[in-house]
Design a protein around this ligand. Structure first.
Ligand code: PMP
Ligand code: GLU
Length: 393
């Protein structure tokens, strides 16, 4: 008997989560593994956010369903957050609160794509975009950004990828996995191109506050009314407030699409967990001081680790200025060690050097590996030392 659907059999598991599970498994077996796979802040959720959750449990508010689209009080906190970080006002009808940003993305694709509609996804891309587009019946069109161009796509490349089926242009700045941040001018150029071609824009801004060394984040949605009208912004509490486990995502954009996405949420997850929503009210309203400390730690790690990684034979690294990843090209390193498959190379680093990374293959980059610096500096230094010694052996 064929138990699973063709649909799910064709789907890939998330490579980030699979790599993290493999590292955990080896650690459980007693192996000495440094795990740099997952992109999640290593800090505990700030105390005041946790206290808000405890209060919601104690006063009984967390016991019940909330509106499928999220608590009005949380939407009000998101409105304030938008004013602070995006500089424009939004209505509650333009907001959906979801079970993590990942589900916000999924509901967006489900709400907008008809069969074979095309979504332009610049590579290297975050692992889940491609499979989510396919799950929604759409067609991912990959445009490869070159490392030499700091992993940014150009309007000329987008123009070449466009067809009469293109519906959405996806942008993720700061980027997972490259850490690259588009400049205001670049986004303006791309945004105007999307307007001229009547495309929707999906802006995954989840790392918007995680920019370093003077780099500035620009929200494409803030650049003009015409761009904003066609842009769905995805954001959330996970990365900024060390809340990955709480699962709170946010989508902000066109109210008709938001209403369609809310309908999907109402038939699938219902509301995101009530207690997490009460915690998120505190996060979005004023955990900026807690964030600053985490931000300073990430910036220091980047500045210390980047030059050491760049010194390793065969590792070619562009210094990123956002998110918390380094994404070296390891083509030369693979040749030195006799590998021509980056996933096998990543497995060898895991098994022989004891450092868990994620293969670039899952991000649409077969010559790179991803290292997440969301762990303490001492551990990071030891990890880079292990990789260097393994390469030099
Ligand atoms: N977008 C990007 C670019 C991500 O890296 C992630 C992974 N954390 C998400 C969305 C999903 O975030 P969440 O954990 O809130 O689902
Ligand atoms: N987004 C994080 C990462 O890329 C978490 C894992 C996932 O959701 O894919 O590591």
């Amino acid at each position: 008997m064929k138990k699973c659907s063709d649909f799910v059999l064709k789907m890939d598991e998330s490579v980030t989560l699979a790599a993290a599970n493999r590292a955990k498994e080896l650690k459980t077996q007693g192996k000495d593994i440094i795990d740099l796979t997952l992109g999640q802040p290593d800090f505990p959720t700030p105390k005041k956010i946790g206290n808000a959750a405890i209060a919601a449990i104690e006063n009984g508010k967390a016991s019940f369903y909330t509106q499928a689209g999220g608590l009005p009080e949380l939407k009000a906190a998101v409105q304030g957050y938008w004013q602070r970080f995006y500089g424009y006002e939004i209505d509650k009808q333009e907001i959906l609160i979801t079970t993590g940003a990942k589900f916000a993305l999924y509901t967006y694709f489900m709400a907008t794509l008809d069969p074979d509609d095309e979504v332009i996804i610049p590579a290297p891309y975050w692992v889940s975009y491609v499979d989510q587009v396919k799950m929604a019946g759409g067609k991912p069109i990959i445009v490869k950004a070159q490392q030499e161009n700091h992993f940014k796509v150009t309007v000329e490349q987008l123009e070449a990828a466009k067809t009469n089926k293109t519906k959405i242009l996806l942008l993720n700045s700061p980027s997972n996995p490259t850490g690259m941040v588009y400049s205001k001018e670049e986004l303006k150029h791309i945004g105007e191109w999307a307007v001229a071609n009547d495309l929707l824009i999906l802006a995954d801004d989840i790392y918007h506050q995680l920019v370093y060394n003077g780099a500035k984040f620009t929200a494409i949605s803030s650049l003009s009314d015409e761009i904003r009208e066609r842009t769905m912004v995805i954001n959330g509490a996970s990365k900024t407030y060390a809340m990955t486990g709480w699962r709170i995502g946010v989508a902000v954009g066109d109210s008709e699409i938001i209403s369609a996405m809310t309908k999907i949420a109402s038939q699938t997850t219902s509301n995101p967990t009530a207690v997490a929503q009460y915690a998120a009210i505190e996060a979005f309203s004023g955990a900026d001081e807690d964030f600053k400390k985490m931000h300073a730690a990430f910036e220091e790690r980047l500045n210390v680790i980047y030059p050491k990684l760049a010194e390793i034979s065969g590792f070619e690294v562009v210094k990123p200025n956002g998110a918390f990843y380094l994404f070296p090209k390891v083509l030369e390193a693979m040749k030195i060690k006799g590998y021509n498959d980056v996933t096998e190379f990543t497995t060898a680093i895991l098994e022989e050097a004891g450092v868990a990374l994620v293969t670039g293959a899952g991000f649409g980059a077969k010559e790179n590996v991803r290292l997440s610096y969301s762990t303490d500096l001492e551990t990071l230094e030891e990890a880079v030392k292990r990789i260097k010694e393994w390469m030099d052996a």
